[in-house]
Design a protein around this ligand. Sequence first.
Ligand SMILES: [Zn+2]
Length: 479
Amino acid sequence: MTGKASEQAIREKLHRAASSIRKAGKAGKEVARIDWKDWERVRNSASNKTGWKAKEVDIWAIKEIELGQMIVNNTTTGEQHWLMDEKEREAKKAAAGSGPKADRAAMMRKVKRWIGKRKRGKWITAAMYRDVRDNLRTREKDGTRGSVKAVEAAIVMLLAEGDMMLEYRNRQEGKWMKGAMVWAMEQGWVSGIQAAAFMAGATDKVRYREGREMICLELGSGWRGANEGLTTTGDWDRVVDVDMKQQNLGKKLGMAKPDILARFLMPGQEGKGMVEYFRERSGAKPGEIAAIWASTNCDWASQATRLGVSRGIVMGPNSGGEVPEEEDRTIRGLIEGLQAARAEDPRVQYTWENTDGSLKDHEAMLEHMGESIKVRSCAYGRKSGKAYRIWLSPEARKYFDPILPADPDSMCEDCKAGRRQHQQGYCPQKGSKQKRISEEGQIGEAARQRVPKKLAQHLSKAMRAGWEEVNERLNGERT
Ligand SMILES: [Zn+2]
């Protein structure tokens, strides 16, 4: 059908079709000049006559145009624009279908979407980079599309094209970029020249941080109240935060953007390997995790008590009933994780923070975690009487002096004045609560759940002092 005779037949057909329309016949004998608006009609007629598919007529016509045998006037966008339209459609089809270009487009869309949600300002942290790589790899079972190299190649191309920066901890490991582009060439994603251009563009957007760092690992960063404290004392070069959810903090603060989106006890993972796992995933080097902040939300007994009270059943402080299995696993896993981290590096300090409730009565807490401290958030500037329960590593504990609500340096004017009720206490009036929330620019839950910044700052300083103490002791032993 695509032989010489058929082409001749089509050309004749097109000439006839062209001559039947207004602008026909103005060009040379061999050239069919057709208006775009008539093209559909001409093509259908040609297709009927020759038995070609419409698509085959298009392909043939593109060749004719390229040979100068045919001109299609596009009255709105200029001559032969149709040719470009057709080429664009081809490209789009390729992207939506299968083959290397489609794989590349699909992976770039996926990575772009992920990065859009996660990056802080312009930056993709070393921890986030590993997070995207590991997450997108494991989501795809198909070897090629979801391979590490595919994710890496997409990141290189997005870096080269986009307005963003990637931070990396180890120049040696940075060789992945070249490996990813070589892979992209082998897959037919890019040509050699394109690969070189992407490499050059992306290299410009990478910053290496090679020195040693003091890192605070924040497990369960949730509403980011503690994070606000931990990142503002200057005790840590960085805080790497982990949470399974990105919380909506409200208009002013936007979405929480943890470095690593994960549960802090991974399924099937022993508590013992917890800190090591997140250290590696964050790109930190051995010995760089200096402190751990853990926020849990274990409060089964108070819930049981509330239920009991509403049913008229009187319950004692220790009669919270059975610990739900998942909370029990979290508690035991976290204890194991903290102990293992200190066994590995005795300088590691920790803070474990939980709403004041039944956690302090858990048998594993009593056995392994020692004395706990109760603090009220109003003493640290929150307009609420919410109480927290804190467990600290032994050295950090020495440097933490809790502020009581009635103390002179407390931030609670009500408690200092001896007033029994806070103006905005446990259950603020709707009006006052809304006022408070709009002042802070946070949604209600964020305002309620955030750990006071000042409390986190004090605990951060205590952990740093504890770390220094052990570090000095170990240095003394060594010399
Ligand atoms: Zn108070």
